[in-house]
Design a protein around this ligand. Structure first.
Ligand SMILES: Nc1nc2c(ncn2[C@@H]2O[C@H](COP(=O)(O)OP(=O)(O)OP(=O)(O)O)[C@@H](O)[C@H]2O)c(=O)[nH]1
Ligand SMILES: [Mg+2]
Length: 230
């Protein structure tokens, strides 16, 4: 009796298991649609969010200020060698200011990675990032650790500064996030910034523990000094 039952199970198992040929055909005919990797860029007006996105996607920079276009995402086709094939980075460049709170919440909820941009030439723009960070924390809740957040001090080409590198690093330490000083104008650290997000995403796909850190975080001794000062 026992033997005939297990024989039946085996036969059923063989019937249900798809043949390798069928699996191959299915993967060719109905390939799984890859999800876009959604990156949300946040920060006050004029800090250079759009300039950073343009530098990364189109390798260009314009001195002219373009008024923000709130409803269109920028799509970057990640070269196959960098990240599997057919990966798309969908970049939401949210306009500064509080004009679209509902849209902001929706984009943050759908976001897989976040870039918080301030300008090193305006102290206030760093302070203004706190509500954005708090909103991300609130929306992502206990899953926040799954989503990379990178703090970016843009316009580091400017001699006229109100913020030092350590000012930015102190915030990054407080928020436990990555940190870069960038210049969209001079193309400083822009690739490094976006590569870090892609590397994080690739790490998350292969191993949920992997979070490679390449950003400009201070060394351990400086970290201790900053932590004591904040
Ligand atoms: N010197 C310098 N200027 C920059 C840099 N990035 C942007 N700018 C200038 O700063 C101004 C504002 O840049 P945007 O990219 O439009 O700023 P934004 O953050 O997108 O502003 P909103 O769309 O209004 O939220 C423009 O005149 C840019 O040319 C930079 O790295 N260095
Ligand atoms: Mg803009």
């Amino acid at each position: 009796m026992g033997n005939s039952c297990s024989g039946l199970k085996e036969k059923l198992g063989q019937r249900v298991r798809p043949s390798p040929t069928l699996s191959f055909l299915r993967s060719v005919l109905f390939p799984k649609k890859k999800k876009d990797f959604c990156v949300v860029v946040l920060g006050s007006a004029g800090v250079g969010k759009s300039a950073l996105v343009q530098r990364w996607v189109n390798s260009c920079f314009s001195e002219k200020y373009e008024p923000p276009a709130p409803l269109s995402d920028v799509i970057y086709h990640v070269p196959d060698g960098l990240f599997g094939s057919g990966t798309k980075m969908r970049i939401t460049d949210l306009p500064g200011g509080q004009l679209y709170p509902a849209l902001q919440c929706l984009k943050i909820a759908r976001g897989h990675a976040f870039i918080l941009v301030y300008s090193v030439t305006e102290k206030q723009t760093l302070e203004e990032l706190t509500p954005f960070y708090m909103l991300i924390r609130e929306i992502k809740g206990p899953n926040l650790h799954k989503y990379p957040v990178v703090l970016v001090g843009n316009k580091c080409d400017e001699a006229r500064r109100e913020l030092t590198t350590l000012d930015g690093a102190a915030y990054a330490l407080k928020w436990n996030c990555g940190f870069f000083e960038t210049s969209a104008k001079r193309n400083i650290n822009v690739e490094e910034l976006f590569f870090e997000l892609l590397t994080h995403e690739r790490g998350a796909e292969t191993s949920p523990q992997a979070t490679p850190e390449k950003s400009q975080m201070p060394d351990a001794a400086t970290e201790d000094r900053l932590a004591a000062a904040t």
